[in-house]
Design a binder for this molecule. Structure first.
Ligand code: HEC
Ligand code: HEC
Length: 387
């Protein structure tokens, strides 16, 4: 998800405004002093000039007792010059010192502002129990129980309700996938969208999406998530460790690297029932079943992926690779038909290597759409498991 949309949160501008208005009032005071000073000077000058009217003869400047050249070019000149140097020193020294302090004051205000926001976000997260579903360390978790209607993932049933556990994704690395170009928290927009509108099993949190939290509170949650983010290196190391463990497990004996990587990073959105795989209960004591993931890449929150759809969408595999690397962005077209994207598909270029992305793409391009038909209820239910 590369593009950062310009409608970054309005709330973040508030502290900048504060600094600007302070500066403006200082400038206005300075301007007022200068203007009043000039007014007084001009006024006094005019008055003195008036007093002279009609008395030129006695007071004619060239008839007065003027200092001689010695004094004019000596002490007096030095005095005026010293005064000039003094003023110059004040400008040269005081202004930089002022600006130096001003910068520190401003970033100090910004730091304490964002620390307060992070603290409020952490308190909100505890209140809304984000970690129940995303893990105490934000590294992802299975949470239970979830009552789900997965009828849309079965061929011959409108409704198929299960009581199961579900998997929530890790969040300490969410900015390696979404808002990947954001350099400051002010540039976050995709994660904000996800929070405001929710996604699947995750309820919406923002008022606009029908949730309980206002814009400021969503900003605070984003600030908290931003403060919890791990480095790319840490996210890469964790992905590698998960890959090594999967490769060594019985489940993946003989599986290609592309298939393993697909399951680890893509299946949760592109394979039916993947986040709910495992034992589940049917309602009204209808017995227990083992929820099986659907055919690889047959589609869930993200669309089905297979050799027919992908060779049509990305005739050149290079475009497929760069799409996986950067993800989709709001209203940015992708693929052969210039389809308009949204913020749903993450980018993986910061965590997976070019080789790994190519292995995944090749795996996706090997999937057969004929294998991706929805199963019947009986196929899924496996009656021998029921009690
Ligand atoms: C009931 C469990 C639950 C709770 C509570 C919950 N989430 Fe989620 N969240 C999920 C699930 C499940 C997903 C993945 C959605 C999907 O599978 O389509 C998700 C996705 C996300 C994502 C997108 C991550 C990604 O890579 O897809 C973010 C960000 C997020 N949640 C933040 C939060 C925050 C912040 C809170 C607390 C205010 C929270 N969640 C509370 C279950 C939950
Ligand atoms: C958080 C959910 C999520 C994850 C994880 C995810 N995707 Fe997607 N993917 C989507 C969504 C949503 C779209 C549709 C994007 C759009 O239309 O803007 C999509 C679209 C795609 C497409 C384009 C196909 C099409 O018809 O639009 C490809 C290719 C793809 N994903 C590959 C992958 C790969 C490879 C991975 C893992 C490395 C992956 N996705 C992980 C949600 C996800």
């Amino acid at each position: 998800m590369h593009e950062v949309s310009a409608n970054a949160s309005a709330g973040h501008g508030a502290h900048h405004l504060l600094g600007v208005s302070t500066e403006r009032s200082i400038a206005i005071v300075l301007l007022a002093i200068v203007v009043i000073g000039w007014a007084i000077y001009v006024f006094i000058n005019i008055r003195q000039a008036k007093a002279e009217v009609g008395s030129e003869i006695e007071l004619a400047p060239n008839r007065g007792n003027l200092p001689d050249d010695e004094e004019l070019e000596g002490r007096r000149l030095e005095k005026v010059q010293a005064f000039g140097v003094l003023m110059l020193l004040i400008m040269a020294l005081v202004l930089p010192v002022y600006w130096m302090l001003e910068g520190g004051r401003r970033s100090g205000a910004e730091t304490s502002f964002s620390e307060a926001s992070i603290a409020r976000g952490a308190a909100l997260a505890a209140e809304q129990e984000c970690t129940d579903c995303h893990g105490a360390d934000l590294g992802g978790a299975r949470f239970a129980p979830v009552v789900l209607d997965i009828g849309n993932q079965v061929a011959d049933r409108d409704s198929f309700i299960i009581n199961t556990t579900w998997e929530g994704p890790s969040l300490d690395d969410v900015f390696t996938r979404f808002d990947t170009d954001a350099e400051t928290v002010d540039e976050v927009s995709e994660v904000r969208q996800i929070l405001v509108y929710g996604r699947g099993v995750m309820p919406s949190w923002g008022l606009e999406g029908g949730g309980p939290l206002n814009d400021q509170e969503i900003d605070d949650l984003v600030a908290w998530l931003w403060s919890e983010r791990v480095s790319d290196e840490e996210a890469q190391a964790r992905a590698q460790a998960r890959f090594d463990a999967a490769q060594a497990s019985e489940e993946y004996v003989g599986a290609s690297d592309g298939k393993i990587l697909f399951d680890l990073h893509c299946a949760r959105c592109h394979t039916p029932r993947w986040p709910g795989r495992g034992p589940a209960q049917l309602p009204n004591n209808g017995g227990t079943i083992e929820v099986q993931p659907g055919p690889d890449g047959a589609g869930r929150y993200g669309p089905p992926l297979n050799k027919v759809s992908l060779e049509r969408l990305f005739p050149d595999i290079a475009d497929h690779l760069s799409f996986i690397e950067s993800g989709a962005a709001d209203n940015v077209p992708f693929g052969e038909f210039a389809r308009l994207g949204n913020y749903g598909m993450p980018g993986f270029g910061r965590v997976l290597s070019d080789d790994q992305i190519r292995q995944i793409a090749e795996y996706e391009r090997s999937l057969n759409p004929e294998d991706q038909v929805l199963p019947s209820f009986e196929q899924l239910h496996q009656p021998e498991d029921a009690e």
